[in-house]
Design a protein around this ligand. Structure first.
Ligand code: SF4
Length: 218
């Protein structure tokens, strides 16, 4: 069990470790992911493993406003789930009723703070916060005989709700598997900051960076 207070959650006996959110005061942006990976469990910090590498080096560096906010420690990082879930159909995230119940139990550990912009990375955070909207959209797509949209069909979508701007982005871990999508990720962040400026960055190759960034983890 990740924590004693997890009792009653469907992942209470199968989830591994615990990674708290990194909520910073006066944040301009809160970046919302799905669940921690193994590196996050070791360091107890969200977005510091593979996905964090892609987010910081391939995406945020290309959007100066976001890079400056990061350097000023005005970006918060949170996850929907706070332990590492077991694999379900090749993905470390629960499905169906188990997903809904785990997400509900895990709200006890999550706050978004008061950042005016929330960047929702991937399917799970998008469906968690906008379940009604996306289920309605799925129903219309099915009715029309269309494929239901996935994350790629919603990149850069913006909702204004509860005094916050919510922006849909692909999850950086997905971009790591499909590097051709890096520009789509940058576009989503550009929309989040309300800017047209996306600068070219010299990408650090993942293989070259492993030893220098996470020597203790390899
Ligand atoms: S999903 Fe959240 S509430 Fe459930 S076991 Fe993991 S950390 Fe605990």
């Amino acid at each position: 069990m990740p924590l004693a207070t997890c009792a009653g959650c469907p992942l209470a006996t199968t989830g591994q470790g615990f990674c708290p959110d990194l909520l910073r005061p006066n944040s301009q942006y809160v970046i919302v992911g799905e669940a921690p990976g193994r590196n996050e469990l070791v360091e107890k910090t969200p977005f510091i493993g593979d996905a964090g590498f892609v987010l910081r080096n391939w995406l945020i560096k290309a959007v100066p406003q976001l890079q400056i906010a990061l350097e000023k420690k005005r970006v918060s990082f949170v996850n929907i789930l706070h332990c590492l879930p077991p694999m379900v159909q090749g993905r470390p995230y629960p499905k169906g009723k188990e997903r809904l119940e785990a997400e509900k139990h895990c709200t006890q550990y999550r706050e978004l703070g008061d950042a005016p912009v929330a960047i929702l990375c991937g399917e799970s955070p998008q469906r968690y916060f906008f379940a009604t909207e996306l289920e309605g959209e799925d129903a219309v797509d099915r009715q029309l005989g269309h494929d239901v949209k996935g994350v790629m069909g919603r990149i850069g979508r913006v909702y204004e709700r509860d005094g916050r701007r919510w922006v849909f982005a692909p999850h950086p871990a997905y971009i790591l598997r499909q590097p051709a999508l890096v520009q789509h990720g940058q576009e989503a962040l550009k929309i989040a900051v309300g800017s047209d400026t996306v600068v070219d960055v010299a990408y650090t190759k993942w293989e070259d960076a492993l030893d220098s960034i996470y020597p203790s983890l390899h």
